[in-house]
Design a protein around this ligand. Sequence first.
Ligand SMILES: [Fe+2]
Length: 265
Amino acid sequence: MIAALKGFSGVEISLDTAKPELVFATELNAHAPGIRTLEEMREVILDKTLVLPKELYYMYRDVYMKKDTGLLQSHKLRYDVTLIKPDMLGKELMKTAGHYHPGDFGELYEVLHGRCFCLLQRYRTEDATVIEEAILVKAKAGQKIVIPPGFGHILVNPGPQHLVTSNWVSSEFKSEYELYKETQGAAYFIMQENAKVTYIPNPNFKKVTALRIVEPAGRIEAFGLAEGSPMYPLINRSPEKLAFLNRPLDFNYADVFVNSSGGLL
Ligand SMILES: [Fe+2]
């Protein structure tokens, strides 16, 4: 099946679920994806004995409209698209490896297809194995997830569809994957059995706070975000709304989530 994603992304991207792969129109600059394999992920998966699936997700980094090359450079921004398969990792939901950002850099995600669980965690300054805040953001296509400064994050695909996300992020840093490897995963493992989702605290942490389950706010005026309104065009229309990605501490993040209604998600 080919699914057009432009309605949510604002740019000509399609999902070919059979391969799976993303297809980009010629006006976009896009390279072959980085492929995250089971072998690379084994450390952070609860069941270390898995042999399948071999490939978990696909990272299309630095996608942009060719006409916007200079704009992205001058605003120090990068736009990536990630495709996460709907398979299970044993009884664990399909997920990304997880990383922190150096310094205080945040990030801005948008769900383009499927459903997304984004697990955010913030550790105590003097001890990375003490989690002081753990937030699970449940989002669907069209919704935006603002990652506030200081939070590491993984993306989880609760299925049954392929999950496709885009993200705006500063081009000025490289993600740090080491802490997630040291703790062999995020603060929680998200499991599913008989259609029931459970959250298992990762025993490799000394302390993990209770999980707070939220949804993205429908409108976030400070960052120019509205549910269902694509975020790529911000770079053309109002790039100042993306300034928080390079000056994260100059902004307030109190209103980016609302408590989960516990509805269809
Ligand atoms: Fe990130």
